[in-house]
Write a protein that binds this ligand. Structure first.
Ligand SMILES: Cc1ncc(C[n+]2csc(CCOP(=O)(O)OP(=O)(O)O)c2C)c(N)n1
Length: 349
């Protein structure tokens, strides 16, 4: 039976009584401090520039294989890491360039990895979908493959009694239909593991709309009670809503010592991967999403609050753009892995 594509009307959580987005932004800036929020804007520009430059390198034949851009979703991971810090365990999926950048990997090593070079993040073995870092347990190509790893890291935190640390697991809404999602949530709740599951719901799992793939929305609010967990819905395009929500949710995990499921409603501004022209999505739908570009929303609000002007913003953007041009040069001039090392660093039973 054909199920019709339907748009759901979401209600977003906010820990503040204020309803006006401007007042919420003021509260967040007051709580976090101006410098921290400006640094978050810079990081979002770093991610955006990385994605755009890497995309052009791909189109020039410098990068091969899979490539999934985070263009349009920058507010989610940036706000979370700005709110809770880097000293946690993180797992992500194949759309993982931003997570690696936010957790301290350099544009040079990441670009070199995409180019398949010896000094890349995974010695040129992993490419775009398999990036790792000090606190990053990996990007995973198998949908849902990161969930068991995430609860394993949450178990370690509990076992070692590490006080302010949690495990953070990012997944797309497509992974919710996967058995691993349900097994992981069940175990996390049963064993009271300090794990934050973040569903990045960009509405499309490859070419399948969420309303045709997932029986009930909003996802987190519907699924979490089945596992005796709390669920929240956040506006993934709005940095301030995400920052306020994640700060509150992090404190709640530390206090309750229980896992939480969050759903961030967002949009990807590109196809599923670089080879997807996304013909299943109308121009109007994409246009409406792009009107809520998370970088523009954050910049405009900060401008209204008198914390930045257009000149400073352009200057910031140009610095990040320049870093990416340097990263591309670094990757281009880096050596290829020697064929003699083909079997090194690879586990194949
Ligand atoms: C177990 C498994 N099934 C199918 C695939 C093919 N596949 C790759 S991405 C994807 C869609 C996932 O969409 P979503 O989780 O919503 O994340 P998004 O790409 O939208 O960020 C599918 C079906 C896969 N990689 N692994």
């Amino acid at each position: 039976m054909e199920r019709k594509k339907q748009e759901y009307n979401y209600t977003f959580f906010s820990p503040f009584p204020e309803k006006n987005p401007r007042q919420i932004a003021e509260k967040v800036v007051e709580k976090a401090g101006k410098e921290k929020i400006l640094e978050a804007l810079r990081k979002m520009l770093l991610i955006r520039n990385f994605e755009l430059r890497a995309e052009s390198a791909y189109q020039h034949g410098k990068i091969g294989g899979f490539f999934h851009s985070y263009y349009g979703e920058e507010a989610i991971q940036t706000s979370l890491i700005t709110a809770i810090g880097e000293e946690h365990w993180f797992t992500g999926f194949y759309r993982c360039h931003a997570l690696a950048l936010l957790l301290g990997n350099t544009p040079n090593e990441l670009m070199a990895e995409l180019y398949g070079k010896e000094n890349g993040n995974a010695k040129g073995r992993g490419g775009s979908m398999h990036l790792y870092g000090k606190q990053l347990l990996g990007g995973f190509a198998i949908v849902g493959g990161q969930l068991p790893i995430a609860i394993g890291s949450a178990f370690t935190i509990k076992y070692l009694n590490e006080k302010d640390k949690i495990a953070v697991c990012f997944l797309g809404e497509g992974a919710v239909a996967q058995g691993m999602f349900h097994e992981a949530l069940n175990l996390a709740s049963l064993w009271e593991l300090p794990c934050l599951f973040v569903i990045e719901n960009n509405k499309w799992g490859m070419g399948t709309h969420v309303s045709r793939a997932i029986a009930k929305e909003p996802i987190a609010m519907s699924q979490a009670p089945s596992y005796d967990m709390k669920g929240y819905t956040l506006d993934g395009m709005d940095f301030f809503n995400c920052y306020a929500g994640f700060s509150h949710i992090y404190e709640e995990i530390l206090r309750s010592k229980k896992p939480i499921l969050v759903e961030c409603i967002c949009a990807r501004f590109r196809g599923h991967s670089i080879s997807d022209p996304a013909f299943y999505r109308t121009k109007e739908e994409l246009g409406a999403s792009m009107e809520r570009d998370p970088i523009n929303l954050l910049f405009t609000t900060l401008q209204e609050l008198g914390l930045i002007n257009a000149e400073r913003f352009n200057e910031m953007n140009n610095i990040e753009k320049q870093k990416m041009i340097e990263a591309m040069h670094f990757a281009d001039t880096s050596p290829w892995p020697s064929p003699a090392t083909l079997e090194e660093g690879v586990f194949a039973p």
